[in-house]
Design a binder for this molecule. Sequence first.
Ligand code: COA
Length: 416
Amino acid sequence: MSKPLEGVKIIDFTHVQAGPACTQLLAWFGADVIKVERPGAGDVTRSQLRHVKDADALYFTMLNSNKRSLTLDTKTAQGKEVLTKLIQESDVMVENFGPGALDRMGFSWENIQKLNPGMILASVKGFSDGHHYEDLKVYENVAQCAGGAASTTGFWDGPPTVSAAALGDSNTGMHLAIGILTALHQKIKTGKGQKVAVSMQDSVLNLCRVKLRDQQRLDALGYLEEYPQYPHGSFSDVVPRGGNAGGGGQPGWVLKCKGWETDPNAYIYFTIQGHAWAPICKALGKPEWIEDPAYNTAEARQDKIFDIFSFIESWLSDKTKFEAVDILRKFDIPCSPVLSMKEIANDPSLRESGTIVEVDHPKIGKYLTVGSPIKFSDMAVEVKASPLLGEHTDEVLAQLGYSADQIAEMHAARAV
Ligand code: COA
């Protein structure tokens, strides 16, 4: 079966996580993604946090599957010539270098357009063009701090906290992928390429939309009724950290289950969805709360929400997180066990759906990765091993029209 992006040629000039996550997704969907890497070194993640000596690290293999690798020193004349040919023959170029690096290499957006007016140049930077921090180099946690995630994550009596989820890196890559697909769609109509730019700060902020909602409500009211600080605590003039409170209108919290004293993940997330109050009371063996005016509205429950959570924890004390969810699901209560990475790695449903995939790699053997979270009715996403450094150099150069002698010469000159 042909893949939707078959025939789309992408120069993958990315490194670390934000760019590679984007191009990996496009490679899964059928694009020919050629990863351009510096000879001898390659993407820095190839050697970061290795668990097998001299082999590519999981950080690299899990973000670069289904690609081809071309080594090219784009600061040499020969390297520039090869990149020029690639640009003339490709549809998209994706890059996430530090600010100005592409211009310094001689491939500004203006020059790229001259070489190929149909080219889509997709860039990730820490901050958007013209931003007063536009010159900054940025990694994941820097973006989480700049995008409003850190100031609103964690507990009120602790410092700003970053999330383990790659809100700055992979999330920005996903935003970029949407931008690239949009530009490719537009190109079908106009024949013209365009520049697609996504900043890590903006991408984090896009996911913190409800916190900007809360800032405006706080400005207007002086309190936020769904935060743990209400009604017994106090608010300043900025959105506080709300611990594990539910972000919308449904109060929720992480609650202890049987075994929490020794198992760091013996917890469930429990949501008190307003219209599920009656089933919640039935599940907890508290039918008298269903009609009790002290409990039967969200407003009435608000000042004793943590007493209610304490009561639920006592109900949970003789149940494992899995037993608890098996009971609560029968009452339609939105909840989940807090799953460890080990539990996720071994979850049969995630294996079955292709979300956790086992890949065979020539140097590190079998490893697990996260497959496509997007499922299609007409396409099975097959995750293949990431390329070794320069594995496809000769193949790509030959496809560009270079003879065997010319390729050998480039190797000798260390241009590839
Ligand atoms: N051949 C020759 N030179 C190459 C090359 C190649 N194939 N690939 C990269 N380079 C050069 C670049 O031209 C640049 O040279 P210059 O600075 O002399 O002009 C140099 O390598 C370093 O690039 P840079 O991207 O600035 O690397 P860095 O390691 O200093 O910074 C980041 C890393 C991630 C902080 C930076 O790239 C960045 O801020 N990127 C944008 C935001 C981002 O994506 N962050 C990471 C999210 S995971």
